[in-house]
Design a protein around this ligand. Structure first.
Ligand SMILES: NC(=O)c1ccc[n+]([C@@H]2O[C@H](COP(=O)([O-])OP(=O)(O)OC[C@H]3O[C@@H](n4cnc5c(N)ncnc54)[C@H](O)[C@@H]3O)[C@@H](O)[C@H]2O)c1
Length: 417
């Protein structure tokens, strides 16, 4: 492969997925990859000494490949034009308006990219969905591309290749994934597109870990994976409430049940609840799909995973208030950590935001410390900007420097993760 011409790739969306996945692909494959974004500040950061996201091990890889076979640019048209394979890893947030508001995925960014590809392309393209999307999104992309294909005599193949990395361990996950999943049309052209995408991953991922399937199964598998992971977190968190009532120790319970090989020990740490940009949005997306298909019982089952998560966050905040004699008005409380988990600066949907919001409602004075998250890490799209709790902003201070003194009073903890 090293002797042949590099495969030219483009990745639309230079976020938590686009940046790290393409950096690894550039490191491992004979490719030329341009990662493009409409966000100039984000691209500038990818081209600077201080990358826009923190991820252990990412810095070294980006700096080794950048300018060789990995490029970051805002010239989206040019990158699409020259690419054989276009990875789409734009954001797919929960819709906040109109039909499906609060549950369905907002596909406006995906649609915009599909339209742009159709307009710009002058050669055949393989379009790879890396973003997490509802089932049949690829069909919508194909419908958008079809008139352009007819008009220009081109062929567009759309594959699904959902990303399973976890923030905080993204590089490790990308280097040694549990599996890579590629969905494609089961016809000659679709299978050829799948084979080309597979040939990239095969440069570093063992063959038996690369699963191929049809497009819809691939799209749905990502939503299901996140729903099952989140369901496990909500299950142990629900049990933590019972443990507190009964005097059992949730860590001991988790240790005991996790020894069962059918259950396994991972994802059994009780916590303030899951956060991050994916779990809640992807479960709600699944809920919406089920509702649209008339499967109300299935929808309710998965919605309860989100409900327990909200319950756990509120319970944690109430526990703090109760422990501090029922009133925290004017009391200075330190929040250590604001990102949604360790080893990331990403604060999207962090449980800390909700807990802080509840504490501010009670008129506490908060001092927040996080070594990784600050406005700078999140200077990208507004969706990634750390949001202050939407309630009162009474006495909220923020720091990414190590605090010089221990703030008082001590915050009681409830099985933090
Ligand atoms: N963050 C994760 O851990 C993770 C893991 C697996 C899958 N995913 C999925 O991957 C997708 C991307 O997630 P992310 O966390 O990287 O999002 P992100 O918000 O960090 O990055 C998305 C980027 O896409 C850019 N963008 C949007 N529209 C564009 C357009 N028309 N042209 C060029 N750029 C455009 C935005 O400016 C933004 O920088 C989502 O669907 C998400 O659900 C995320």
């Amino acid at each position: 492969m090293a002797d042949s011409a590099p495969i030219v790739c483009c990745c639309v969306g230079a976020g938590y997925v686009g940046g790290p996945t393409m950096a690894i692909m550039a490191q491992k494959c004979n490719v030329k990859i341009t990662v493009v974004d409409i966000n100039q500040a984000r691209i500038d950061a990818w081209n600077s000494d201080e990358l826009p996201i923190y991820e252990p091990g990412l810095d070294e890889i980006v700096k080794a490949q950048r300018g060789k076979n990995l490029f970051f640019s805002t010239e989206v048209d040019a990158a699409i034009e020259e690419a054989d394979i276009i990875f789409v890893s734009v954001n797919t947030p929960t819709k906040t308006y109109g039909v499906g508001a609060g549950a369905a995925a907002d596909l406006k960014y995906i649609e915009a990219v599909a339209r742009q590809i159709g307009q710009v392309a002058t050669g055949n393209k393989i379009v790879v969905e890396k973003s997490t999307v509802p089932v049949r999104c690829a069909q919508a992309i194909k419908a958008i591309l079809e008139p352009h294909a007819r008009e220009k005599g081109l062929r567009f193949d759309v594959c699904s290749n959902p990303e399973f990395l976890a923030e905080g361990t993204a590089i490790r996950d990308l280097l040694a994934p549990d599996r890579v999943l590629i969905g494609s049309d089961q016809n000659e052209s679709g299978l050829a597109a799948c084979a080309l995408v597979k040939s990239l991953y095969a440069q570093w991922v063992p063959e038996e870990k690369i699963l191929t399937t049809n497009v819809w199964s691939s799209e749905l598998s990502k939503l299901v994976a996140n729903a099952l992971l989140a369901q496990r977190i909500s299950s142990i968190n629900a049990i933590s409430a019972l443990c507190e009532k009964t005097g059992a120790d949730v860590e001991e319970v988790a240790r005991a049940v996790g020894r069962d090989s059918r259950i396994g020990p991972k994802f059994l740490g009780a916590s303030v609840g899951f956060g991050g940009s994916c779990f809640q949005k992807d479960i709600l997306n699944l809920v919406y799909l089920c509702e649209c298909e008339g499967l109300q019982e299935v929808a309710d089952y998965f919605r309860s995973v989100v409900d327990i998560n909200t319950y756990q966050r509120n319970r944690f905040a109430r526990h703090i208030v109760n422990t501090l004699f029922g009133t925290i008005g004017g009391k200075r409380i330190a929040l250590f950590g604001y990102a949604f988990k360790k080893d990331t600066g990403d604060t999207r949907e962090s449980a800390a935001i909700y807990v802080a919001g509840e504490l501010l409602k009670e008129r506490a004075r908060l001092a927040i410390y996080d070594p990784r998250s600050s406005a700078r890490w999140c200077s990208g799209s507004s969706s990634t900007r750390p949001r202050r709790p939407r309630t009162s902003t009474l006495s909220l201070s923020w720091s990414t420097r190590t605090p010089t003194r221990t703030p008082l009073p001590t915050v009681p903890t409830l099985s933090p993760s």
